[in-house]
Design a protein around this ligand. Structure first.
Ligand code: SAM
Length: 308
């Protein structure tokens, strides 16, 4: 089961969440349960863990892996954006620590049938929750060339977005991952192909973020998660690209400000107190040893805030 996904910066997560016996922790992105297992070990013998994932395959894999922890672990198939409702449903008013390890798991990326990989032939699906929502193929079909181009540009940071969107819409009916990857490779001039990554990486990232609405509501989720912490409780977030990291950094910074009055106001009129203290001034990155062990951790950044 450890093949499912290698948890990233797990020692740092356990230590920064100050995970200990008797605590209640929420893993908002359960995946294969790697981080959850570390949280359960560190909170032995009686710590509790609630694991959330929108992917049923992840819930099944984690449930199996975490069987030895018995009733200390509970599993909820849900979107982490409903974290407040999930915890209310479990009868939990506040928790000691929350983790969100954003993005897709290695299992999802490597399973050809899920359609996330430009290296493996599969349906152009890309949904983390296969029980609802539009697939990438359906999204491409529905969007106009301009809308598609905007998605590739904004979410994929793809500078050839216009050209790629035009070619996709001109070809029509792209049903598989390799068809899309080949199209991108054909339309982007060869001399402009990136050296370190596959030329279709950004297109796939943009579509995946759009299909799963990964950025929409991320700020609201962070605010809701912090509201569920006890005083002194901590929220840890691992991001994999600058779009997500920027949102986490901004929300943490805004919530750590005691006053939000315009700077030219002589006296504070808002009366606001800071909600959090940012624990990680600069985002934490994987160590050289971890990068060697797990190259997929390359772009991971960890930020932690403490409720005050
Ligand atoms: C990077 S993996 C987490 C891996 C996990 N930490 C481990 O150790 O195996 C991200 C997981 O979060 C899930 N996920 C992504 N967005 C989600 C959302 N909005 N709500 C719930 N789960 C989500 C994905 O389905 C995936 O399983």
């Amino acid at each position: 089961m450890s093949d499912y996904h290698i948890p990233i910066m797990s020692a740092e997560v356990v230590s920064l969440l100050r995970c200990g016996p008797g605590g209640t922790y929420v893993d908002c992105t359960l995946g294969g349960g790697g981080h959850s297992e570390e949280l359960l070990k560190a909170s032995s013998p009686d710590g509790r863990l609630i694991g959330i994932d929108r992917d049923r395959e992840a819930i099944d894999a984690a449930r199996k892996r975490l069987t030895p922890y018995g009733e200390r672990a509970s599993f909820v198939h849900s979107d982490y954006k409903s974290v407040k409702e999930v915890l209310e449903g479990e009868g939990i008013a506040e928790v000691d620590g929350i983790l969100a390890d954003l993005g897709v798991s290695s299992w999802q990326l490597d399973s050809a049938g899920r359609g996330f990989s430009f290296m493996k032939e599969g349906p152009l699906d890309m949904r983390m929750d296969r029980s609802s929502g539009e697939t990438a193929a359906e999204l491409i079909e529905r969007l106009s060339e301009r809308e598609l181009s905007l998605i590739l540009w904004q979410y994929g940071e793809e500078k050839w977005a216009k050209l790629i969107a035009r070619a996709i819409k001109a070809q029509g009916d792209i049903g598989t991952t390799l068809e899309l990857a080949e199209l991108v490779s054909r339309v982007v001039p060869r001399k402009a192909h990136p050296k370190r990554i596959h030329v279709a990486t950004r297109t796939f990232q943009g579509l995946r973020i759009a299909v799963n609405e990964e950025l929409a509501g991320l700020d609201r989720f962070l605010i809701d998660a912090i509201s569920m912490l006890r005083d002194g409780g901590r929220l840890a977030v691992i991001t994999f690209h600058s779009l997500e990291d920027r949102i986490v950094k901004r929300v943490f910074r805004n919530m750590s400000k005691p006053c939000i009055c315009p700077p030219d106001l002589p006296l504070c009129a808002c009366g606001k107190a800071a909600d959090v203290r940012v624990v990680t001034g600069k985002a934490v990155s994987p160590t050289v040893e971890e990068l060697e062990r797990n190259p997929r951790s390359r772009s991971a950044r960890l930020r932690v805030a403490e409720k005050i």
